[in-house]
Design a protein around this ligand. Sequence first.
Ligand SMILES: [Zn+2]
Length: 261
Amino acid sequence: MTRVDYFDQRRLLEVQVADTRTAQLRHRLRRVAEEYDTASIEASMTELRDGAGAFEAQYSDLERDLETVRRELVSVDKRADANRDIMASGDAPKPEMTRLQRELEQLNRRYGDLEERKVQINERRAQLKKAVGLIDEKLVELSEEKETREKKRVEAEAEYRTELDGVVTERERVAAALPDALIELYEKIRSKQPVGAAELVDSRCSSCRIEKTPNALKAIAEAPANDIVRCDDCDAILVRSDGAARKPQTSADSELDEFLN
Ligand SMILES: [Zn+2]
């Protein structure tokens, strides 16, 4: 298979443009998924939630501690009151009064210690509550960022997919109208490299960009328009521009040319 209508060769370039665009769009779709990836945000959110969970557990432990301290404060207070009542009545013998007085002093110290402990617990609780609050704020922030990213990803993907669908449909339409042999050759080349068909522009192959020698150019120009020319350098089907494919396609065209000249 070496001969294909010149205009079909030209249309093969449209197929190539569509295939190149398809590859770009598929690449962009992969990039979009990476660019708007939310895995790192999700990892941060998990870490923050774990942190908040640990703080909340500490807070619950402190609630229990506080309850214990409160109960002990009540019992110390009760005991001190009882001691004070007995001492105020003056009914007890002197040694007992002395013992009650010493115990009262101990109870007062214990009461002071417990009050201090209560203050410490409450301070720590306030710190934990604040920390959990800050974590919650950060979680809201991250959740919004995640949502924004997902929205952008969905939008970008939809845009690329719509274009991709259009390009693929158009490519199929153009390719279906071309000779099977031409498409088969093109696909065979494309199985080895991204570009299967390239235009010859200003003596350069537009795929490999290598400039053709004057001899090569002469041979290309002299080949009949319906000859399939391949690039010596990159192997792509080299489609000549209108000017570079002046050679007549059939003997009837030749006769016509001679007649006109
Ligand atoms: Zn080339």
